[in-house]
Design a protein around this ligand. Structure first.
Ligand code: IFM
Length: 441
């Protein structure tokens, strides 16, 4: 074991994940742009601005991804660009996406295309967006347009990114637009997002029978703060069902689950060809009679845990293994569609990357059908309500000058990807403190 190398399968997809509003720049026709203009909505009143300038110039970052040896890249389509007004589709915007996707392929980067990643066209938001059942048909119509233009270039589609996060942050915690804290609205929104997913799944398969269509699900670990406490165990279990299980039950078992409904959802059943896992952290949940909006659970950190920047959570790589084994019960191909940490000075990321990839390798040893790993993210980008205060990039970006600087972890990821393995030499060079943990004996 002392000198073991952790090898990955020969056809493993090594990628990075991104999202339109976070990287493209000047997305001034969606609800996030409007939200950013309101005082106090975003940390330090940061704005997405030109972001990473991908709308004009994504290709220079595609070159960087290809130079790292990657063979995959996840990006999202900005609905507000494609359909700036209801029923009006912008051919130039679709052409630009086609150019970007062809550019990925030319560089040997297989595209994974997400159709909805948090941002809605302003016209849709003004009608209530996902609170309104009509949104499902609008979404399917937009998806068809996109598939008609990109279908010959894209096999791997992700309908919706993190329906559970969108619902929780926009309609329970009020931190994302429209800033509501309304459980009834949250229930409707999650239901409509998942119906939208199913409608998109069918539309894509109608147009492209061989398409591989999935959804990116954020699984968070909820462990009881005190495992001896019945109350802590109960609230941890409730949060787990609400945040993690309800979505999976709907799109896989065809069943609405409390607290987000109860009863059959047959039309949603088996609407996945693969499942995407976005994994970041865990909560220790303690019962708190005053915490009504979080189902009476208060989130804490594990005593002694290594903490992440900006209160993002704790470093808990084993949670990736636990999430993978949980998803494996669905017997679907699994893509790790996001995983990373906020770490502006890159003092934790190299070790975090090694630890999470080690957990991925462990799961592969159990024959779990993991097809790829997409690191979040290639380059620092606009982190929603946290603005530019949280930095997830392998490459550092100065959003004012656009200057990019690869972090050490970019070099580490490059070496892992090029060797298709985590080696003892890499552990010694990038995180020697992990030697005993990863290479005991
Ligand atoms: O930046 C986000 C992404 O848009 C969705 N998943 C989590 C990431 C990091 O917070």
């Amino acid at each position: 074991m002392a000198n073991a190398t952790f090898h990955f399968p020969p056809d493993f997809k090594w990628g990075v994940a991104t999202a339109s509003h976070q990287v493209e720049g000047n997305n001034d026709n969606n609800q996030w742009w409007a939200w950013e203009q309101e005082e106090g909505r975003i940390k330090q009143n940061h704005k997405s601005g030109v972001a990473c300038d991908w709308w004009a110039n994504a290709e220079t970052d595609f070159d960087r991804a290809a130079d790292m040896g990657l063979n995959a890249l996840r990006l999202s389509i900005e609905w507000s660009r494609v359909e700036p007004e209801p029923g009006v589709f912008d051919a130039q915007a679709l052409d630009r996406y086609r150019e970007m996707i062809k550019g990925l392929r030319q560089r040997g980067l297989e595209p994974l295309v997400t159709l909805h990643h948090f941002s809605n066209p302003l016209w849709l938001e003004q009608q209530g967006a996902w609170i309104n059942d009509g949104c499902i048909a609008y979404f399917a119509r937009y998806v068809e347009r996109v598939a008609n233009v990109l279908g010959d270039q894209v096999d791997l589609w992700c309908t919706i990114n993190e329906p559970n996060v969108y619902t929780t942050l926009s309609y329970l915690q009020g931190l994302f637009p429209p800033g509501e804290q309304n459980f009834k609205a949250a229930r409707t929104v999650l239901g409509n997002l998942l119906k939208g997913h199913a409608a998109a799944y069918r539309a894509l398969h109608r147009l492209q029978p061989a398409a591989k269509v999935g959804l990116a699900h954020n699984l968070r670990i909820f462990d009881p703060a005190n495992p001896q406490s019945l109350a802590d165990r109960l609230v941890a279990a409730i949060q787990d069902v609400g945040f993690n299980r309800a979505t999976l039950n709907a799109v896989w078992k065809g069943w609405w689950t409390l607290p987000f409904g109860f009863g059959p959802a047959w039309s949603l059943r088996r609407t996945l060809d693969w499942i995407g896992l976005n994994y970041y952290t865990r909560d220790r949940v303690a019962f708190d009679a005053g915490a009504r909006s979080t189902f009476f659970g208060r989130s804490q950190r594990t005593p002694g845990a290594e903490l992440l920047d900006g209160g993002y959570g704790e470093l808990y790589p084993e949670g990736l293994y636990r999430s993978l084994t949980r998803l494996a019960r669905m017997r679907l191909p699994i893509y790790i569609t996001e995983n990373g940490i906020p770490d502006s000075d890159d003092d934790q990321r190299p070790a975090a990357l090694l630890l999470h990839l080690h957990q991925t390798w462990r799961a592969l040893q159990m024959n779990l059908p993991i097809k790829g790993y997409y690191h979040w993210t290639l380059i620092d980008n606009f982190e929603w309500a946290e603005g530019w205060t949280l930095r997830f990039g392998l490459i550092e970006l100065n959003p004012e000058t656009g200057i990019r600087k690869p972090r050490r972890s970019a070099n580490l990821y490059t070496a892992i990807v090029r060797g298709n393995a985590v080696t003892p030499a890499l552990i010694d060079a990038y995180a020697p403190r992990l030697r005993d943990r990863l290479l005991p004996g």
